[in-house]
Design a protein around this ligand. Structure first.
Ligand SMILES: Cc1cc2nc3c(=O)[nH]c(=O)nc-3n(C[C@H](O)[C@H](O)[C@H](O)COP(=O)(O)OP(=O)(O)OC[C@H]3O[C@@H](n4cnc5c(N)ncnc54)[C@H](O)[C@@H]3O)c2cc1C
Length: 374
């Protein structure tokens, strides 16, 4: 990480996350193998106070900076990426519902969040998860201030644990966002036999006539509002990248190469490739830190810088995990070494919205001043 110091009161939260993450690392392979929700990890995060830390002090949070939030997520992702992903979705959905709901509804969400009730993002539609800002599922108007949703959302991380969902629908062709409480109209379908991030159990939810009430509809965000999930996603990939890099270093320094008797780290190609990925990992982390600095300043630049940071972070995670497979040889092709898990987990970041491809498209259009309508 950069040498920039974090304020002392914020360092406490980073240290807490780092300590917990060491424990999470011990069960990450099992969580993956069993595709089990890391409930115990999530409970410990809540009990440590980390869930609430991003909320302002007047709402009972610690008022930590976005920069500290990103570093916390990085620490958690190093130990267990599935835990980090659910934690990001829980915190991001709760923060959005608390900040953008009417005062009465916001007070309810805040009190529920403080009690440890869980939140999830149910934004990705089966037709395209990337177009979540322009949902195509139309809610039907039942009466004044009440709509009904017959539809489905896909890949909802931690869905089975969630008490409240942040959802998006189309109303008269325009996007609308609501908070929805779990009830009998929600049906969870087990679709998550996934390549990686198996502990997220990102299931499909059927909304079978879910009632969307005007009092639970979100208001428009202010111009300088920052999106916690967009800021966090690069750090999810960077945590995986760092974990793979640390394992790679440890492996090549320890493993002796047959007759030479020397550790693998003496192989020149490994030195060369280690330098190449380390330089790119450092660059990706610095850009992701810059993103969070901009967010702390309330800059609108975070839209495009966030996509650039995500592009670099998504790619370096895949590249380091792939290098791990090569240096680990046949054992890395098995579960004897952690690189196969890193490789599988590393692919999630580039698929999660906005996908790497869409990030490239948006950044390219911004740089070249191409307007979508042209
Ligand atoms: C581990 C994991 C956890 C997740 N957790 C959540 C969650 O908690 N909540 C949630 O709502 N979602 C979640 N998602 C969903 C995620 O954010 C994406 O929405 C989803 O992965 C996109 O998949 P899709 O099949 O809908 O892709 P699509 O959007 O259909 O994209 C398919 C392909 O088309 C490309 N593409 C899409 N649009 C365009 C375009 N306009 N131009 C050119 N190419 C395009 C994409 O780059 C991609 O290559 C999660 C996904 C994963 C993998």
């Amino acid at each position: 990480m950069s040498t920039l110091a974090y304020p002392l009161k914020e360092q406490h939260w980073i240290d807490t996350a780092a300590e917990l993450s060491k424990e999470f690392a011990k069960t990450a392979a099992q969580t993956d193998r069993e595709a089990a929700l890391p409930k115990e990890n999530l409970r410990r995060l809540f009990e440590s106070g980390l869930d609430l830390a991003i909320l302002p002090v007047e709402k009972g949070g610690a008022g930590i900076s976005f920069k500290t939030f990103g570093r916390i997520l990085f620490e958690i992702a190093k130990g267990c990426p599935a835990t980090a992903c659910i934690w990001l979705m829980n915190t991001g959905a709760a923060e959005t519902l608390i900040e953008l709901s009417s005062p009465e509804t916001s007070a309810k969400y805040l009190s529920e969040f403080k009690r440890g009730k869980r939140f999830a993002n149910a934004l990705s539609e089966p037709s395209s998860g990337n177009l979540f800002l322009n949902p195509v599922q139309e809610a039907q108007r039942l009466e004044d201030g009440v709509w009904k949703l017959e539809g489905a959302k896909r890949f909802v991380s931690g869905a089975e644990l969630a008490d409240y969902f942040l959802i998006n629908v189309s109303i008269d062709g325009a996007p609308a966002f609501f908070g929805v409480e779990r009830d009998e109209t929600l049906e969870i379908h087990d679709i998550w036999d996934a390549l990686g991030m198996r502990g997220t159990r990102s299931q499909l939810i059927g909304f079978n006539g879910a009632r969307l009430k005007a009092e639970n509809r979100l208001g428009p965000p202010s111009a300088d509002r920052q999106n916690l999930i967009g800021l966090g996603l690069p750090w999810l990939s960077l945590g995986i990248a760092q974990s793979a890099y640390d394992a790679l270093k440890e492996h090549v320094q320890r493993k002796k190469l047959g007759a030479t008797g020397k550790p693998l780290s003496h192989a020149q190609w490994i030195q060369f490739e280690t330098a190449a990925v380390h330089a790119r990992l450092t660059a990706a982390k610095l850009l992701a830190e810059h993103l969070l600095d901009l967010a702390d300043q309330g800059s609108a630049e975070t839209n495009v810088v966030g996509m650039e940071a995500k592009i670099l972070a998504n790619q370096i995670a895949k590249d380091i995990a792939e290098l791990g497979i090569r240096v680990g040889g046949g054992s890395a092709y098995t579960k004897a070494l952690p690189f196969e898990r890193h490789l599988r987990d590393s692919h999630a970041g580039g698929l999660m919205a906005y996908s790497s491809e869409l990030c490239h498209i948006f950044v390219g259009q911004y740089e070249l001043n191409v307007k979508e309508t042209e």
